[in-house]
Design a protein around this ligand. Sequence first.
Ligand SMILES: *[C@@H]1O[C@H](CO)[C@@H](O)[C@H](O)[C@H]1NC(C)=O
Length: 302
Amino acid sequence: MDRDNKMMIFCLFLAALSSPVVTAEWKADVIKQLEALVTSCVVVPCSFSHPGGPLPTSRLRGIWHLRSGKDQLIYHEDQTLILENFRGRTKLLGHLGQSNCTLEITKVRDHDNGPFCFRIELTNAAASDKFSFVEDCVDLKMLPEPPKPTLSHSVTATEGRPFTITCSVTHTCPSHAPRLKWSRADPDAVHEVHKKSRFGYWEAESILTITPEEKDDHTDITCTAEFNGGGESSALMTLYVKRSENYNHIIIPTVAVIGTAVIFAGCCIFMMKRYKNRIAELQNQEGTVWNRLSRLSRRRRT
Ligand SMILES: *[C@@H]1O[C@H](CO)[C@@H](O)[C@H](O)[C@H]1NC(C)=O
């Protein structure tokens, strides 16, 4: 192998090593807008990438600040650097080593609308490596009142048959999801599901199964959503119970009518037979009377 070839291989090796560094950019992916319920909590999804391949969390410093100023920190690992009204209320839920900068804000206040921006810093690195993603900030839309749950159910409730009702509510705090409670004291089963909705939004769902009885007709069922921080909202539905399908109400009168008809017909036939006999007897008697009369009249004429 001559010197030129060695040089070329070395260059290729260098290129292969440096290519991921060139392709990976400083980039953050922060949700642009998210609703936040006042008094509750909100989780802001965030991820980032940076040049130089994966780095351990200990070499990274994630910072959240107000867009109005890089020194107006709302999250920093050093609590003393955070603005006083955010101190103790912010937490990084994501692991920076996994390129996850997800932020949690608790006890949300009406003025927490942001915009909040994420910045990543490499510790023990040159100042040029520090980077701020000012163009990737989140705007929080404050909800003063908790959203109402929605109720959905199968078409009709039938007496004695399992009937399911689904209650669901949207929220933005998966770390402290709202709890759904039912007004029914005797459920057959309650099944809870927690699922992702659109990006940044979640849905808490509770599925209630009951076996309605006749006495449940026209009764109300309430589903209450209890949010972290004490907010509450509820939805109500009225239960209409269909009688179970037995045909007694048709069979009993039908049997009664047919029975009466049979008895009546029997009586008629019996009576008719008796009357026929009687008529025949009468006709015979009539005959004898006539005979007698005619004999009498003949006697008179003679
Ligand atoms: C980031 O971290 C949060 C909180 O632990 C987690 O819910 C989310 O799934 C993570 N995101 C990604 C992309 O891994």
